[in-house]
Design a protein around this ligand. Structure first.
Ligand code: DGY
Length: 327
């Protein structure tokens, strides 16, 4: 913690959510830092009120940083640093137009997110929720030849929608389970990144080949509701749907109807529209494995994300262009 005399010379910053303690300690050394101690999700107008006078705003995927927030903080705000790879919660047009620099945390979380993608795939295919509940509730009558039979991965086509860094990390892990990797992306990857995965130029064609669909495309208004009833109808019978991107890419009414009717065999979901208010119908479906947006939630990953922001801001101040600068 800097002494008071030094603290007066430090840039002012506001921390909207609690970061790991090592990162907060590093921030206190570098900024005159005010912290949202309660770690509640702050509404936009409250952020604008609490962060008044800050040059740097530290946020995460839970804060909506609208144009209004930026305009309210405009007299001093120079940087927004988000502890997330996704930046759909930030009005990037206003940031660009206002000269506010925005940094995010790519790369360092790809492995952790890929692990959770595989956790969802495995639990959806192998009935992880029902299995856990059977043991935990004391209802397990003992081993039986026909008990909790699931879908094996070997030989199935696992189709990744969004073959960026996280998508490729998922592909690398999925290959170890003997699946055939397919993908859809805006553009085809070079052979050294594709590594034998089969490219589909349209999402519709990709869906026809998706025994297991893993949604890893970045959140964006243009993809809202992209997995709707018409596209779900293209999936092969007994398909499994996994989402680690953003909840609003899925049309919940359509997916829930497909899960209830058996058109989709199972799902694994780590992200939801309107988090944390999960559509209650998901909670009543045995063929859905749910987790609370934990893609990047490992200690080492969250620390690496924090350091990426700190180093990026230092590079910017020194007149450089950090690799994680979005605008
Ligand atoms: C990300 O980094 O975008 C994750 O979804 C966590 O917010």
């Amino acid at each position: 913690m800097p002494n008071d005399a030094n603290a007066r010379d430090l840039p002012r910053a506001y921390l909207c959510r609690r970061y790991p303690s090592t990162i907060e300690a590093a921030l206190h050394e570098r900024y005159r830092l005010a912290v949202n101690d309660d770690d509640t999700i702050l509404p936009s107008d409250e952020i604008a009120r609490r962060a008044a006078g800050a040059q740097t705003l530290f946020v995460s995927a839970t804060e909506r940083i609208s144009g209004d927030v930026m305009r309210a903080l405009a007299p001093t705000l120079r940087h927004i640093a988000t502890l997330s790879v996704g930046y759909d919660h930030i009005d990037m047009d206003t940031a660009r137009a206002s000269g506010i620099r925005v940094l995010n945390t790519p790369d360092v979380l790809s492995g952790a997110c890929a692990e959770v993608a595989m956790m969802l795939v495995l639990n959806a295919c192998r009935r992880g929720y029902e299995a856990d509940r059977m043991v935990r509730s004391g209802a397990w009558p003992g081993w039986a030849p026909t008990q909790l039979l699931g879908l094996g991965l070997e030989g199935r086509r696992l189709c990744i929608f969004g073959m960026g860094r996280i998508g490729r990390a998922i592909a690398a892990r999925a290959r170890g389970f003997g699946v055939e990797v397919h993908y859809h992306n805006r553009s085809r990857l070079p052979a050294d990144q594709e590594l034998g995965a089969r490219y589909h130029a349209t999402l519709e064609d990709a869906l026809r080949h998706a025994d297991i669909l893993v949604i890893a495309a970045p959140g964006s208004p243009s993809l809202k509701g992209v997995l709707d009833a018409d596209r779900i109808a293209l999936l092969p019978p007994q398909a499994v749907v996994v989402n680690i991107s953003r909840g609003d890419l899925v049309d919940d009414d359509a997916l829930i109807a497909a899960l209830q009717g058996g058109r989709v065999h199972a799902a694994g979901l780590d992200v939801f529209a309107n988090e944390p208010r999960v559509d209650p119908r998901y909670r009543h479906l045995d063929n859905v494995f749910l987790s609370p947006h934990i893609g990047s939630a490992t200690t080492q990953t969250r620390e690496a994300m924090g350091w990426l922001l700190i180093r990026g801001l230092e590079t910017l101040r020194a007149g450089g262009q950090p690799a994680n600068l979005l605008c």
